[in-house]
Design a binder for this molecule. Sequence first.
Ligand SMILES: Cc1cc2nc3c(=O)[nH]c(=O)nc-3n(C[C@H](O)[C@H](O)[C@H](O)COP(=O)(O)OP(=O)(O)OC[C@H]3O[C@@H](n4cnc5c(N)ncnc54)[C@H](O)[C@@H]3O)c2cc1C
Length: 404
Amino acid sequence: MQNVLSEAKRCLKCKNAKCVQGCPIQTNIPEMMRLFEEGDLKTAGNMLFENNPLSIVCGLVCHHEAQCEGHCILNHKNQPIKIGAIEHYISDYNLDILEIKKAENNHKRAGIIGSGPAGITIAFLLAIKGYKVTIFESHDRIGGVLQYGIPDFRLPKTILKRIRKKLVDLGVQIRPNVLIGPVLTVDDMFADGYDSIFIGTGVWNPKKMRIKGESLGHVHFAIDYLKNPDAYVLNGHVTVIGAGNVAIDVARTAIRKGAKKVTLMYRKDRENMTASKDEVAFAELDGVQLQFGKAPVEIDDEGIWYQESYLEDEVWYTREERHYHETDAVIIAVSQAPRSNIVSKSKGIEVNKGGFVKADFDGQTSRQGVFASGDVVTGAKTVVEAVKYSKVVADAMDKYMSQL
Ligand SMILES: Cc1cc2nc3c(=O)[nH]c(=O)nc-3n(C[C@H](O)[C@H](O)[C@H](O)COP(=O)(O)OP(=O)(O)OC[C@H]3O[C@@H](n4cnc5c(N)ncnc54)[C@H](O)[C@@H]3O)c2cc1C
């Protein structure tokens, strides 16, 4: 508490606040700081929720160093205000006591497929506007990547239980363990009286590296591993292939789950890692060893064959000679793609070459009444990007259903 209070006091409350410009969802940070210092946490919390129903999550997992904090004027002294910590403090304080005003029931029905940040945002916003909202979620708990991807040590899962309660209190119905596609389809939902349907199904197919050995017994995919790390016994040397935040989450989780040694192998150099600098620093602090310039070409029972890579004229090349990296287990973290459960079973929802749902700026897909946003449209992005897009989509769905 002391920490966040002194941080808020350090804030210069700039008139032309650069932190707001750096925030993808334009959180009113100076006003948040002012209310916080006055001790009006309730007003501050309400304001944050209205602008971003997942403020409590964003305070913890946004890439603050590149966004609000990266733009803070005090950043030139390397002492940006810890804005995320203050936002989280306020939203955490306020979530359970938040009184959400709900419009009267308008007797229109919206179906939401997927309960990640995109689906949760749409559910809150449409329920508040008086729609009867049902969420269909293929997993047993809501949250998408927040529940089954981001590890607990970065995002405590109790937050999702609290968000779930808020949704249920608003009248949102949740159908867990229902994968829309094989049995129930979008067509069934329209036939049952849904006025509009939202697809926020994210990207849950791991991408292969297309090298030999990916189906061996000691090789796993990151997104599968993170769903439930306790299902794996990885207590020897684990090598993670990749350089993004997902790879870092896997490496840090494997260490916490008892791996003797964790190495992260990447074909380029540190500067090219897509993971945020903070996360990389934490991984090293946790004891993850980073190895650069190694391009895997084959996996066998005892390890990984790789070629050394090097940069010339801004292009990465590999040397022909093969080297060997011994390891007990391999986890591949080289991105994800969408699944096709829904679009293969319902007519008229177009996807692009990568399988991403085609939607315009306000989420309208090629099928009337079907909207989409989040990673399934944009490709793997961030929580705040999913929320930002979904706010626009919720308005578009409201407009569409009001005209029916
Ligand atoms: C390991 C990992 C760490 C990350 N860390 C961060 C971070 O620190 N900060 C950050 O901002 N972003 C992070 N991201 C990215 C961020 O989590 C995503 O951009 C965000 O979750 C996308 O939200 P979404 O709602 O589009 O999809 P998702 O979160 O993927 O949710 C989609 C939901 O749809 C459900 N679903 C899919 N198909 C069906 C179906 N047919 N029927 C019913 N339900 C279905 C899924 O089960 C899932 O619950 C991370 C991503 C990963 C994988």
